[in-house]
Design a protein around this ligand. Structure first.
Ligand code: S3P
Length: 447
């Protein structure tokens, strides 16, 4: 998707205060649409994230026969085609910036009698796809792809696909979910072994739609068995607020003196809460209020108050439970007293950007002492003092088409002497289009 760069500078006006809501969870929104598209009948989704990534999934499912409608500001409906019922798409499926949409839909196409072409933006076209192609090939799907196994590619689905036992070699909820979705239209039992637990929204939601699913725990490992061919019943789904989006105003409040904010309706699935645990270990004043369950997921309002943070060694085992939150953790670390060391993060190099090098470069521009290792960063914080770049001018950070880099440096701007400029904030549209007005409501200023 071609786009015009939209530069912006983030500056502090005053302490952040008040209440805010973040948009619906991105992972849950993709899964709600996809599983609804496979059910027989009409599902209703409340609180869907309306962002470019999710709309790309809507468009792709439309192209494969699902009827999806926006009823009003909060509700979408999906009339599904039934498992096995996807139609041959007549257009290439343009997944934009979305790795989740691309990989999950590749799984779906792999066990249907269709050939689907996947394309994406410059960032998505650099990301590795072999990790999903490998198990899907074992299930019988075929791929036309240029050397390097990147987008654009074509999936030729297998009917019938064959059930496999697959041990996921990298901790990845996307790979796990792609195989689970392919398994829905595969006769017999597909068995997935996940050595390190990753987000389990697919498991929770597939069970809710009536799929025959067994999940066994073995320490931190999970064994998931999906029996095909499944019949899915339409559901009413309520999507909670995205903890990965809530992370930004929460860290902003922790690092800006005098701040006190309440972020309402945040999903607290235990496979997603690593950041909040690490921040508490660093001394953050975070409280969970009004804890409840929404649509089968734990939810709370999170209150964050300015805190004196201390650097820590972040245990690598926690990484899968906070994989998208490292960019903003690095900003918290830059404002903490002492050193924060992270490791085991080589996956961050294949996200929407190489998040270790892009964050290291941007932090250095902001005057922070950072050492970059192959699989992590070591950051020496200011002990709460404002970030001061070595040069007197406002640093201009390159966001590399990565929404989480944009938001992380927006928060850095609020904690800086003169603010931080970002070369292009348009990637916000992929996950959090309302980030600038929400931050402005809390007292931040963007120029
Ligand atoms: C996601 C899984 C994670 C995460 C991504 C969303 C999902 O990716 O980074 O933002 O919804 O399954 P990996 O599976 O590549 O770790």
């Amino acid at each position: 998707m071609a786009h015009e760069p939209l530069p912006r500078t983030f500056l502090l006006r005053k302490p952040l205060s008040g209440r805010a809501r973040v948009p619906g969870d991105k992972s849950i929104s993709h899964r709600a649409l996809i599983l609804s598209a496979l059910a027989v009948g009409e599902s209703r989704i409340e609180g869907l994230l309306e962002s470019e990534d999710v709309i790309a999934t809507v468009a792709a499912l439309w192209a494969m026969g699902a009827q999806i409608d926006r009823v009003d500001e909060t509700v979408w409906t999906v009339k599904g085609v039934g498992v096995g019922g996807l139609l041959q798409p007549e257009i290439a499926l343009d997944m934009g910036n979305s790795g989740t949409g691309a990989r999950l839909l590749m799984g779906l196409a792999a066990s249907h009698a269709i050939t689907a072409t996947f394309i994406g933006d410059a960032s998505l076209s650099k990301r590795p796809m072999a990790r999903v192609m490998e198990p899907l090939k074992q299930m019988g799907a075929d791929f036309s792809v240029t050397p390097g196994d990147r987008l654009p590619l074509m999936v030729h689905g297998a009917v019938p696909a064959v059930p496999i036992e697959y041990r996921v070699p990298v901790p990845s909820a996307q790979v796990k979910s792609a195989v689970m979705l392919a398994a829905l239209n595969t006769p017999g039992v597909t068995r997935i072994i996940e050595p390190e637990r990753t987000r389990d929204h697919t498991e929770r939601m597939m069970g809710g739609f009536g799929a025959e699913l067994r999940v066994e725990s073995d320490g931190d490992a999970r064994i998931i068995e999906v029996t095909g061919e499944a019949e899915l019943r339409p559901q009413n789904i309520v999507v909670p607020g995205d903890p990965s989006s809530a992370a930004f105003p929460i860290v902003a409040a922790l690092v800006v003196p005098g701040s006190d904010v309440l972020i309402e309706n945040v999903g607290l699935n235990p496979t997603r809460t690593g950041l909040f645990e690490v921040l508490r270990d660093m001394g953050a004043d975070l409280t969970f209020e009004n804890e409840r369950e929404v649509g089968g997921e734990p939810v709370a309002d999170i209150r964050a108050r300015h805190s004196a943070l201390r650097g820590i060694d972040v245990p690598p085992e926690i990484a899968p439970r906070m994989i998208d939150e490292f960019p903003i953790l690095f900003i918290a670390a830059a404002m903490a007293e002492g050193e924060t060391r992270t490791s085991g993060l080589s996956e961050l190099r294949v996200k929407e950007s190489d998040r270790l090098s892009v964050m290291a470069r941007g932090l250095k521009q902001c005057g922070v002492t950072v050492e970059e290792q192959e699989d992590g960063l070591t950051i020496t914080g200011t002990g709460g003092d404002k970030l001061r770049p070595l040069e007197t001018s406002i640093p201009k950070v390159a966001a590399e088409l990565d929404h989480r880099i944009v938001m992380s440096f927006a928060v850095a701007g609020l904690a800086s002497q003169h603010g931080v400029a970002i070369d292009d904030i348009s990637p916000l549209a992929t996950s959090f289009p309302t980030f600038p007005p929400m931050m402005a409501d809390l007292g931040a200023i963007a120029g």
